[in-house]
Design a protein around this ligand. Sequence first.
Ligand SMILES: O=C(O)CCC(=O)C(=O)O
Length: 296
Amino acid sequence: MTATRTPTGALITPNADLREAFLRDGYVVVPGVLDDDLRQRLIMVTDRVVAAQMAEHTSRHKTTGSMVQITSDPVYVDLVTLPSAIEALARLGYPTPSFSDGWVISKPAGGPRLFWHYDWFTWQDDASLGREPCQISMMYYLNSTRVQNGCLRVLPGSHNTHNPMHDVLSSPRGDLSAGTNMDSPEFTDRPDEVDVPITAGDVLITDARLLHAGHPNTTTERRRLVTLWYQPDPAGLPERMLAQLAGKRQAPPSGWPVEYRRRLESILVRYDGHAVAYERAPYRRLPDPEPARVRS
Ligand SMILES: O=C(O)CCC(=O)C(=O)O
């Protein structure tokens, strides 16, 4: 693959192995993207932002821990526009991404399991069934994670092929975020699940269609995560999909310093056309996985 230039001016040659692993599994970990100085600033602000939430927020988001927009503080713009992160995306073959929304997801000590889910809601468009993702996350765990403090679990390949968990998710079962029924099948162990422990400073990149869940946090310390959502190739998206994604964009508050507003605006997804945004549509069946090859 040929080298491409990012908006920050870096000349990046895509890494074919990294890209293949990402397209095959639906996720990949890129080490050493977030420096320690920014990580410490993010921890400080994240704890403050989460502490400011009302008790009602905490009980509504029991299984995620919290769900606060990144526009709660300008420091998150430093993460959204982080040059080393944009370069990591360029190595995956996505040099000119746009950003739509981001969330502070902070699982307190003793926080329960997170349910199985995907984060893609435009399944009515055939582009959702292709090999390339229409949306990806960059997940920054601000502390190192492991099974004990609630690391992520994934079903590799479930972004591109049907998984039995998709059938489970097709019948609505009330409010999974509030965790009122932890016996729901969305909270079960799966035979094909894989743990994804992360070293703080690394970034986990996922395809929005990938099925994922989380372990409970059985430690005495908070586990902090910031999830950012990007369009890897906004120019290649169908217009109705782009209109939907642009509808979710988190614009900078008018009270922010001009410099932070300008930087967030510079990467925010836009749609200036007249196509009608897609409604939120649930899963449409992906192809079955290829049967395992058996030697004759
Ligand atoms: O809390 C986690 O580890 C996962 C969060 C998540 O599922 C998401 O951001 O979509």
